[in-house]
Design a protein around this ligand. Structure first.
Ligand code: FES
Length: 153
């Protein structure tokens, strides 16, 4: 291979590499454009364990699920959302006054989740809790129930 052929071949290889790279990047951009940017939420129905794992008395707070699980000896199980209806902060339950307090802007919710002090515009949500076939508690966040809803186990 003489010098002229070598340079011809080299520039051809460089050009071909640049072309393939440009086409590859363009295809990747098109594929990225066609795939929607979807926010994948965690499943809204999930199991929270054995009923016997929950004590009577003050509710158990499940951090990941952002719910409070109430277990009352006479009334059974109830599940309340821990998400404030104002801007979505996580509320805390105070057994001393049996109310939910939002640390962000001071909303206060009564024991049944009703707003007692704003700025929250709506009560806390209560979710359906059922018993799965395997005996575990199952919560469905897509099914909002009245605060009086209870699961007797
Ligand atoms: S987020 Fe709870 S009061 Fe604003």
């Amino acid at each position: 291979m003489n010098r002229r052929s070598f340079f011809k071949f080299s520039w051809g290889a460089v050009g071909l590499t640049a072309l393939v790279s440009a086409v590859g990047v363009s295809l990747a951009a098109v594929v990225r454009f066609l795939v929607p940017s979807v926010f994948y939420e965690p499943p809204q129905t999930f199991k929270i364990g054995d009923p016997a794992d929950y004590p009577f008395g003050p509710p158990t707070f499940l951090v990941e699920e952002k719910i409070f699980v109430f277990r009352d000896r006479d009334k059974g199980f109830a599940v309340a959302s821990a998400v404030c209806t104002h801007l979505g902060c996580t509320v805390a339950y105070f057994p001393s006054d049996q109310r939910f307090h939002c640390p962000c802007h001071g909303s206060v919710f009564g024991p049944n989740g009703l707003v007692q002090h704003g700025p929250a515009p709506r009560p806390l949500e209560w979710f359906e809790v059922t018993l799965a076939r395997d005996g575990m508690l199952r919560v469905d966040k897509d099914k909002v129930v009245p605060p009086t809803y209870r699961l007797m186990v």
